[in-house]
Each structure stands twice: as structure tokens, then as C-alpha cells.
Design a protein around this ligand. Structure first.
Ligand code: ADP
Length: 471
């Protein structure tokens, strides 16, 4: 049994040939990019002798970043399975028992064990429970215990040489709050993102779980429609739907599971998720699709914005933005007035598309407007782009609230007037751009509704090659 001194002991799954719960990449569906990135570790664990001989420094650990239930633990386990090495896992919160001093000693014994059976994989779930930036989350108490646990973890990670064959993986949804010491080279110096699955990913995950059920038709008959009914679901939610459907069928004394059972199961799971604000309605989905489409079109057709659009998505990502567009990082440090004008238009593209194509506007643009306001204020009051304000560089808006304004009310009024006028002009131009490319915006929005994620190639197919060279 799990006596008091055994609570929180590492769960060790030896991934040897006899292990029943062995997991492989084929058991993890719909996150191909993450699998590809983690292959590096598989190769190392399988050939650790070779790496050692060559004197190669291999990465010690990786953070698996993504919302709960997206398969981070499963992927870590599959990495062990593919590599044929033992898998030792523990949850961050398990280190935090009420008995002082237990945390650090648990970390020590976890790593001791991992070294003994190396090559091996250590997985720490919810690493934010111990890895939170020091000095944060002040009121919760027990901080000393957490800090000494974190310190022990850092010591262990530094302690074993790169050649000791222990790979440390950790899962979190909040990489932003982690102590920076954890992210230094030689610790968790890789980040692998696992997002919620898109419609194709959900289809693949459904296929895995449908295979295990007794259905009144072929699994392929169900997986696509079910994927379409479940935007915003993580892998764990899909597994949950399949199990609920089986339970409902059993209670109804059916011989096999039917579509009706699945629909009832989805409703039930959505009920649970709605409480956590994880799903969006059909209407919202449409608004988000038009919004994101407008942004990407406005960005593409303005002359000076340079960042190539990599990906547009309407897969909900928890409480943050409803949709998002991912751009290749901007490599230039300096930007011109013209470029900033185009970036502003791009940022306003979502709002303009809602107005032009849907005829009504939502609160979805708040974040965009905040960015635009800040960006425009900076151009006028910080970078000296406005003739009316002149070549002054005043404190940024964020700081201005903190102190007495170092300029007169009159200057303040001029700045406010300029910001309003500039944003107004940019919006006018954006609406014009969206009007001109209305068909494209609609086409992309509808494709987004169908596929949920569009890549650069899809956009090029619709919009043609980018007419303007970067720069
Ligand atoms: P996380 O660690 O990200 O919170 P888990 O790996 O614990 O999520 O996922 C919980 C369960 O959900 C898994 O055991 C598996 O049954 C299911 N699951 C989640 N993602 C996937 C996926 N991509 N493919 C197959 N099953 C998945």
C-alpha cells in the first residue's frame, strides 16, 4: 500500500519488452511536429554510446508546453517506448507534501533511480508547481520548501553530465511563469509545443479510441463528423467522449454504440468544458474565423509589413485570444513610419473584417485595439513621428500612469488628438483594404471554418505569391 512515507514516490514504468502499458508514437495522434522534435532525444537514447564516443553534447531536457490533456505525458511516455528505456514520472505537486524537507529528498531519490537505470527518461508533470519564478506567488506559504525543491532540481540537472544518459522532460501550460534558471542551457533548453488538435488531429485521435469500441458501423464512418463536432477539445476530452458514449450505450442496453450515443456524450463533455470556458459556440467560431482572416489579408496586402504569415488558427487556446496568427519573427530592429502604419492596419484587420463582412462587431478586437493604441502612442510621443508633437521622446504610456506626467496638459491633449487621428486614418485604410479584398477574406474565413488551421501554402494558394518583397 501507499503508506505515508510512500506518497508521491516516483511512478516507474519500465519500458521493456514485457511492459503491458508500453506506449509508442503511433498511440499519440495529431501532433506530428512535436513528435519530430522529440525524435532527437529518441535517437540519442538509442545510441547513447555513439554520442559519448563522439564527445557530443546533447540537450539534457525539454519542456513540453501545452494545455492540459493534450498528450504531453503520453508523448513523454511514447518517447521512452520508442527508445526502449525506463520511464520515471512524478508530478510537480507530488514534491510538495506538507512535511518539510520531503521535496528535495524526493528529487534526489528520483534522479538517483534514473541514473541507476540509465539511459532513462524522467518526466516531471506540472513543473510550474515547483519551478515558479522565485519570489512569485507570495501569499501561498510554503515557499521555502518549494525553493529548496527547485534548487535541488537544478543541482541534479547540473550534476549529471551530458553523457549520463538521463533525459529530463517536463510538462507545463505556463512556461512564462517558470524560473529563468530552469531554462538556461544545459537544463530545459528546448521547448516543444503541443497545441490542441485541429480538425484533422481530432479525427486521428478519434480513430485511435473508436477502434477500441463496439460500434454499429465502421470507425471511419464516425471519426470525421465527430471531429467536426468537437472544436476546442483536447485529446483527453476526446478519450472522455468515447468512454461516455460507451457508458450511455450500456445504460440504454444497446448492442452497439451509435451516433446518437456519441452526440449525447459530446453534449455531456461540453457541459463540463463550458464551465471551464473551453469551448466556443458556432456563431463565435464564425466571428473568430472572419476576424483572423481579416487580419491575415490586411497583413498580406499592405506594402510594408514584412513578417511572413506562417499560420492562422481558430482552434481555441484556453482563456487567451480566441484565434491567432503566427508570424515569422521580425529580424529588423528598426522600423519605418510606413511599416508601422501597415502593422497597425494589419492589427485592425480583424475588426474591419467583422464590420465589413459580418455587419456587426464583437468584443474580440479588444486586444488588437490595445496594441494599436500603444503602438500609435509610441510613434507620436516616443519616436518623434508626429509633426504636431515634434521631436520629443516622452515616457511610454505604461509608465506615464505611475508618475506625474513630465509634460503639460496641453501637450497631453495634442498627443491624445494625434493618437485618435492616426488610428482613425489607419482604420479607414484598413476598411478600404478589406472592401477591396472582400472575396478573399470570405474565402479564407470559410476555409478556416472547415480546416481550423491554415498554413502559408494555403494562403498563397488563395492570395497568390506575396506582391511585395520584404523590407
Ligand atoms: P497532459 O499530460 O498534456 O495533461 P496526457 O498525456 O495526460 O495530457 O493526456 C491524457 C489522456 O488523454 C492520455 O492518456 C490519452 O488517453 C489522451 N490523449 C491526449 N492527447 C492525445 C493524443 N494526441 N493522442 C491520443 N490520445 C491522447
Amino acid at each position: 500500500g501507499r503508506g505515508i512515507f510512500n506518497i508521491g514516490k516516483a511512478q516507474i514504468t519500465k519500458m521493456d519488452k514485457n511492459a503491458k502499458d508500453k506506449v509508442f508514437f503511433k498511440d499519440v495522434a495529431g501532433c506530428d511536429e512535436a513528435k519530430q522534435e522529440i525524435m532527437e532525444f529518441v535517437h540519442f537514447l538509442k545510441n547513447s554510446k555513439k554520442y559519448e564516443e563522439l564527445g557530443a553534447k546533447i540537450p539534457k531536457g525539454a519542456l513540453l508546453v501545452g494545455p492540459p490533456g493534450t498528450g504531453k505525458t503520453l508523448l513523454a511516455k511514447a518517447t521512452a517506448g520508442e527508445s526502449g528505456v525506463p520511464f520515471l514520472s512524478m508530478s510537480g505537486s507530488d514534491f510538495m507534501e506538507m512535511i518539510v524537507g520531503v521535496g528535495p529528498s524526493r528529487v534526489r531519490s528520483l534522479f538517483q533511480e534514473a541514473r541507476q537505470c540509465a539511459p532513462s527518461i524522467v518526466f516531471i508533470d506540472e513543473i510550474d508547481a515547483i519551478g515558479r519564478e522565485r519570489g512569485r506567488g507570495g501569499f501561498s506559504g510554503g515557499n521555502d520548501e518549494r525553493e529548496s525543491t527547485l534548487n535541488q532540481l537544478l543541482v541534479e540537472m547540473d550534476g549529471f553530465g551530458t553523457t549520463s544518459g538521463v533525459v529530463v522532460l517536463a510538462g507545463t501550460n505556463r512556461p512564462d511563469i517558470l524560473d529563468r534558471a530552469l531554462l538556461r542551457p544545459g537544463r530545459f533548453d528546448r521547448q516543444i509545443t503541443i497545441d490542441k488538435p485541429d480538425i484533422k488531429g481530432r479525427d486521428q485521435i478519434f480513430q485511435i479510441y473508436l477502434k477500441k469500441l463496439k460500434l454499429d458501423n465502421e470507425p471511419s464512418y464516425y471519426s470525421q463528423p465527430l471531429a467536426a463536432l468537437t472544436p476546442g477539445f483536447a485529446g483527453a476530452d476526446i478519450a472522455n467522449v468515447c468512454n461516455e458514449a460507451a457508458l450511455i450505450a450500456a445504460r440504454n442496453e444497446s448492442a452497439a454504440i451509435t451516433m446518437e450515443h456519441f452526440e449525447a456524450a459530446i453534449d455531456r463533455v461540453i457541459g463540463g468544458l463550458e464551465k471551464k470556458n473551453k469551448v466556443i459556440s458556432k456563431l463565435e467560431r464564425r466571428t473568430v474565423a472572419y476576424h483572423e482572416s481579416g487580419r491575415s489579408v490586411a497583413g498580406r496586402v499592405s506594402n510594408h509589413s514584412r513578417d511572413p504569415l506562417l499560420k492562422v488558427s481558430i482552434v481555441p487556446r484556453g482563456n487567451a485570444a480566441l484565434g491567432f496568427a503566427q508570424y515569422a519573427p521580425n529580424e529588423n530592429l528598426l522600423m519605418t513610419k510606413e511599416q508601422l502604419f501597415d502593422v497597425t492596419c494589419m492589427t485592425l484587420g480583424g475588426r474591419a473584417a467583422e464590420q465589413v463582412l459580418l455587419g456587426k462587431i464583437s468584443t474580440g478586437a479588444q486586444n488588437d485595439l490595445e496594441k494599436v493604441t500603444k503602438m500609435t502612442y509610441a510613434q507620436i510621443a516616443v519616436y518623434g513621428f508626429s509633426d504636431k508633437v515634434g521631436l520629443l521622446s516622452l515616457p511610454r504610456r505604461d509608465d506615464a500612469f505611475e508618475m506625474t506626467k513630465p509634460y503639460s496638459n496641453k501637450t497631453g491633449a495634442i498627443i491624445d488628438g494625434e493618437v485618435r487621428e492616426w488610428v482613425g486614418k489607419a482604420y479607414e485604410r484598413t476598411v478600404q483594404l478589406i472592401e477591396e479584398h472582400k472575396e478573399h477574406v470570405a474565402q479564407i474565413a470559410e476555409l478556416l471554418l472547415e480546416k481550423e488551421i491554415l498554413h502559408q501554402e494555403d494562403l498563397v494558394r488563395i492570395l497568390g505569391e506575396r506582391p511585395y518583397k520584404s523590407g
